[in-house]
Structure formats: C-alpha cells, structure tokens
Design a protein around this ligand. Sequence first.
Ligand code: FAD
Length: 448
Amino acid sequence: MSQILWFRRDLRISDNAILSYAKKDVLPIFIFDKNILNKLPSIDKRVTFIYKSVLELKKKLQGLGLDLAIFYDEPINVFTKLKEKGFDEVLCSVDFDSYAKKRDEEIEKIIPLSRYLDSFILNPNESLKADGTPYKVFTPFYKSMYMITSSKNLETFKRNENLEKMEFDYDFIPSLKQMGFEEQNMPAFLKKDAYVLLDEFKEKIADYKEARDFFYLDGTSKISVHLRFGLISAKEIFNYFKSFEDVESEFFIREIFWREFYNCILFHFPQSENKNFNNIEINWSENQEHFEKWCEGKTGVPIIDAAMRHLNNTGTMHNRLRMIVASFFTKNLFLDWKKGEEYFALKLLDYEASSNIGSWQWGASTGADASPYFRVFNPYTQSKKFDPEGIFIKSVIPELKNVEPKLLHMENGLSSNLFIEYPKSIVDVSISRKQAIENFKRAKNENS
Ligand SMILES: Cc1cc2nc3c(=O)[nH]c(=O)nc-3n(C[C@H](O)[C@H](O)[C@H](O)COP(=O)(O)OP(=O)(O)OC[C@H]3O[C@@H](n4cnc5c(N)ncnc54)[C@H](O)[C@@H]3O)c2cc1C
C-alpha cells in the first residue's frame, strides 16, 4: 500500500494525525494550490509565512528519514498524476473551510481520502447539547466541556516510527517569485518557534486576564498564526499550560475554546458564512467611500485609523482593536459585516474563517452569542481606557507623536491643533450610534 500524506494546515511533525495513522511506505506532499494562490495579491504576507514553514517542515521530515515532495499546481492535477503512478490512498487533516470541503470532494472522486481531526480539540459532531442540537451560546458550551477542560493532559497523536520514504522526485522547490509572489517582511514574533512564543508568554500569563485588553502592551500569546497553519496544535498548547498545574492558565485556556466554539458554529450553521446567523434582515449602508476610508485607515478617528493602518502594514491586529473597528464598521458606519469580514480575510495573517465570521457576526450583533445591538463601542472611550498615553496610536501614525494624548481621545480633537493636518471624522459618533440602534430596533420589530 502506498499512501500519500497530504500536509495542508498541519505543518508540524508532532501531534500530527497523518504521521500517526500512516502505515509504512509514504509520500509526504505539500501543494502550493494555484486555485488559492492565483487569487491573492503578490504582496500577500501569508504566502511568505507558509513558504518558510513548508521548507522548515521539509527539513524536519528529512530529520525523520522522510521528505516532502512539493507541488505548484491545482490539487486535481496532482492527484490525477499520482493516481496514475499507483498511489491508492490519501491521508490528511480535516479542513472545515468551504473551499477545502469542495476541493476534498473533488479529490475523493480520484483517490480515497482519509481525513483526521487534529487542527481542533473538539469534533463538532460530538460537541452537542443533550438533545443532540448544537450549542449557540459560549458559556454553556464551555461548561459542557468540563471533562476535557479539567483534564491535565489530552492525548496527542504519536508518530509511527516505522514509516519509510517512497522513491520520488523531492528536489522541486518553486521560488516565491516563480509563483508570482514577493517575499514580505514578517513581524519579528513570526520568525520564532511556537514553543518559544509559549515560553515567553508563560512569564506573562499571571497578568493575561487584565493585560490582554491593553493593546499597547505585549500581553497576549501571539500564537494565532502558528495555530492557524498548524505549526503547533491546539492540544499541544492546552497540554503545555496544563503541565504547570497552576490556575493562572485557566482563563487563557477558555480563550482557546472560543476558537473551538466558532468552529462548531460554522460547522453546524454553514450558511452563517454569508448570512446573518440570527436571520435578522438589515438594510446596511452602501456607502463605498466610508468603506474605503475604513480600509485605508483614513476615517479621522485616530484609534480606528491606527488599527487599520497597522493591519495593512503588518497583517496583525490585537483582539480589542478588532472589536473596536468591527463595532465602528457595523454600527457607526452601518456597513455589512460581511464586507469587513472579507477585508480581514484578505489581510489577517491568522485568518481563520470560523473565528473571523463568528467574531464579525458577534460585533455586528447578528451572530451566535452576539454582543447586544445597543452595545456600541465609543472608539474614543476605548482608546482613552486602553491606550491612555496614545502609545499605540503614535507608534502607527508618527505625525501624531507630539500631540497631547487627550486630543486623541476626543472627537475631532486634532482639529484644534493648527500644526496637524488630520481629517475630520467621517461620521458623528453619537448621532451614528443612535441611528444604528434605531435601525436595529426597527429590523428586530419587522422580523418578530
Ligand atoms: C472582528 C474579529 C475578527 C477575528 N478574526 C480572527 C481570525 O480570523 N482568526 C483568529 O485566529 N482569530 C480571530 N479573532 C479572535 C482574536 O482576535 C485572535 O484570535 C487573537 O487576537 C489572536 O491573538 P493571540 O494569539 O495573541 O490571542 P490570545 O489572547 O493569546 O488568545 C490565544 C488564542 O485563543 C484563541 N482566541 C482568543 N480569542 C478568541 C476569539 N475571540 N475568537 C476565537 N478565538 C480566540 C485564538 O486561537 C488565540 O490565538 C477575531 C476577533 C475579532 C473581534
């Protein structure tokens, strides 16, 4: 039996299901998928990150006496050729994304595909209420997982030590340039190994519950990108923190389960990818100029502009900032959350469809366990509370570096400074807030 081990979003050799279930003679592969890559701009940062991670994986597999054959093609072509060469089974990690599901269905018509769950801790099919229906609210969902969350160690996949590399051409490595991409600068933390990030974060975990909201501090784990592409598994993160047997990790572990929750939501309610989860019909604004100004970070609201410019420059955004810009987008600008979600999908290095869709719907008050519609963040109050000295804002918008911090936290506060040319806010924050609440009330009445 000759098995293909298809690495996709599980770019690691530890706690990896396919390296555990594989039998003997194997061909590990990675496909730079033209269907995905051809749609991305040449400056996409994720491609640089994945590219480096794939080369790293190849080295690690070589260290085990195996190797990684790399393809730059459409998966359908790759598997048609491999089938002709006599391969008869593909092992891979489950991917719940809608493109991945369709792609896998196509591949299954060519070669049988065995899929294993190792990117998430929970199997959505088994994470149900007693009546067999899916949870829609996080707290009861999390409580129901007590047997798992209280465990000291979750069983991980042990690698089969008896695997043997099949004869194949392992030399082909396309360059980023050949695939139409320019190498991008990465934030420094992305050059670190996942366990180095966890070791560093361990030193700060006692403060996590409070510090995690202050976006000018370095108070969170920054593990989301490594987790997204499977350089570490969720179970490994869980086990790492549980190994210290202290209560300080509990709050952090709860956050990891938000990722699980949103994965279960999208799995059971796939229509929520494009439609309001709670079925409410909303006549969103179509103001294209507002949308563009938000994307470019030119809204005239310093905290929104700094967050969006930072996203555009680095591919990253702190969780609190994501909540603030999503609230501004869906409430103050009253734009459809789907447009904001798509923009994040284009830019975020840690883009994960389930977490992104779930969180955007949360911010728009249309989702599962969503923020109530009358909860509209005031961006100025938020920046005053979580960045009182304007440290983050000034680090991203250097022309504001000599401005008194209090002006950053006042609507159009910068207009009073004759030496600064900063645009006026594109919306009045209080008027637009009231309008949004009215619109939501009306939509709710019309839908009830
Ligand atoms: C509008 C919006 C969009 C988002 N889009 C994504 C996305 O595409 N991909 C993504 O991984 N996260 C997304 N998040 C969740 C969260 O912002 C990021 O997971 C977090 O900022 C990553 O940084 P960290 O690893 O330092 O987080 P930490 O605070 O250290 O948390 C550790 C891990 O827990 C998980 N986690 C924490 N908070 C959440 C949450 N609210 N929802 C889901 N998982 C969570 C993540 O896997 C994260 O890496 C989004 C949040 C919002 C409000």
